[in-house]
Design a protein around this ligand. Structure first.
Ligand code: PLP
Length: 421
């Protein structure tokens, strides 16, 4: 459920007509709903009620300061994967002891920044990385809390580019080698082993892969405890999918996911961490666009819109589906026609949808790409010298620009000229 609904024949973001935002901010833009962000965070928080837990929002999904602050004020921790994300989380007011540092290639500088500013734990992904964390911690006279990310060799049954839990993926250490890597961790100075980490992929639409992975984590917890490791925290990653096509998808609900966690791991008495990104931000954002031209081709018609693959790359990169709706609500029973919906960028990959049924639309009409809140704005680029599109946050009947559209001069003047030119 989200808060982008038709009311009186027009699409609203909470209590604000999105056409009003387009008039004030211009098109295209991203629009996020505070109520939806908070609702999704709370669904996870409530799903783990009765268990000591922390929901660490995977901020790579959408990392605007205003989004982070909204979630942080509701009690969310953050899962970060770079120094930039760490600093963003701190700037939004998240205390270090609620920040988890994930990612396969943390540099010594990133580790130093996090240890200096405070960190809940590093999720370690390899032995060489563990050695560097140990060294940096010693240099700083600190102890680094760590978990080790284990790769349970489970098929997440999701898109190949976002599956992370198979043995061929670059993430974590094979669960079969966990005992020796934990032994290494125990032997290195400056480290404190606090638990186990596991994240098997993104946009999972079934619980079964989570169940297989968490059963392996439960077994490993007991095996490691038997070897004397103080396993008291389990970080279970993110990955729960969202319904991108509302008509025919119904991924598991957070409450069902929470129950699975309790069933598979509850007996261990560990503190539980989860790192959802997509499910918190995905349906909390839309990308608003405008039709520039309706073009009739030889065997199909095109809607050429003012947003493009540089603004929302998921269709080009993951063959992702986004529901696309007219901002003006189509009259009931109006005849729909198939269009290829494309952006202006000079790539055939700049196609948002093929043969998508849409109500009658004309140049100047607004459309909205639903479920664009996660991995949308954060993956945008200025390809074709198209300035990054603005982000807007709605809260009830108010809205605010949370990242302005840069001017063309600002974009161009970021380049610097060598003196020989
Ligand atoms: C990407 C990622 C997440 C978030 O995944 P979602 O599918 O957006 O929930 C969580 N943890 C780690 C380590 C990740 O890489």
């Amino acid at each position: 459920m989200d808060h982008f609904l038709y009311r009186d024949g027009a699409l609203y973001a909470e209590d604000v007509p999105v056409a009003e935002i387009a008039a004030a901010v211009g098109s295209p833009c991203y629009i996020y709903s505070t109520a939806t962000l908070l609702r999704h965070f709370r669904l996870f928080d409530e799903a783990l009620e009765g268990t000591e837990h922390l929901v660490c929002y995977a901020m790579k999904a959408a990392s605007n300061q205003a989004i982070l602050k909204t979630l942080a004020q509701a009690g969310a921790g953050m899962d970060v994967v770079s120094q930039g994300e760490y600093l963003r989380a701190k700037a939004a007011g998240v205390p270090g002891d609620k920040i988890v540092f994930s990612g396969v290639g943390k540099t010594a500088e990133e580790i130093r920044t996090a240890l200096t500013g405070g960190i809940r734990q590093f999720n370690v992904e390899s032995e060489p990385e563990m050695v560097v964390i140990s060294r940096v911690a010693q240099e700083l006279g600190k102890t680094a809390p760590i978990t080790i990310r284990v790769n349970p060799d489970v098929d997440a049954k999701t898109h190949a580019k976002i599956a992370t839990g198979k043995s061929e993926n670059k993430f974590g250490i094979p669960i079969s080698r966990a005992k020796e890597v934990y032994a290494l961790a125990a032997s290195l100075p400056g480290l404190e082993v606090v638990g186990i980490d596991c994240h098997i992929g993104s946009q999972l639409t079934e619980l079964e892969p989570f169940k297989l992975a968490y059963e392996k984590v439960a077994e490993l917890t007991e095996a490691l405890r038997a070897e004397g490791h103080n396993i008291r925290r389990l970080d279970l990653g993110g990955g729960l999918g969202i319904p991108y096509a509302r008509s025919n998808e119904a991924p598991p609900l957070p409450v069902e996911y929470g129950q699975l966690i309790k069933d598979t791991l509850g007996h261990l008495g560990c503190e539980i961490e989860i790192e959802p990104g997509r499910l918190i931000a995905g349906n909390a954002g839309i990308m608003l666009s405008k039709v520039i031209y309706v073009k009739s081709g030889e065997d199909r018609d095109f809607l050429i819109v003012d947003s493009a693959m540089n603004d929302l790359i998921r269709p080009a990169m993951y063959e992702a589906h986004h529901d696309i709706v007219a901002v003006k609500e189509p009259a009931p029973g109006v005849e729909q026609r198939p269009y290829d919906i494309v952006g202006p960028v000079c790539e055939t990959g700049d196609t948002f949808a093929k043969a998508r049924n849409m109500p009658p639309l004309e140049a100047g009409d607004l459309i909205a790409f639903r479920s664009a809140g996660a991995y949308g704005a954060v993956m945008a680029s200025e390809y074709n010298s198209r300035p990054l599109i603005p982000e807007v946050l709605v809260n009830g009947n108010q809205f605010a620009v949370i990242r302005p559209r840069p001017s063309f001069d600002e974009m161009i003047n970021r380049d610097t000229m060598p003196e020989w030119l």
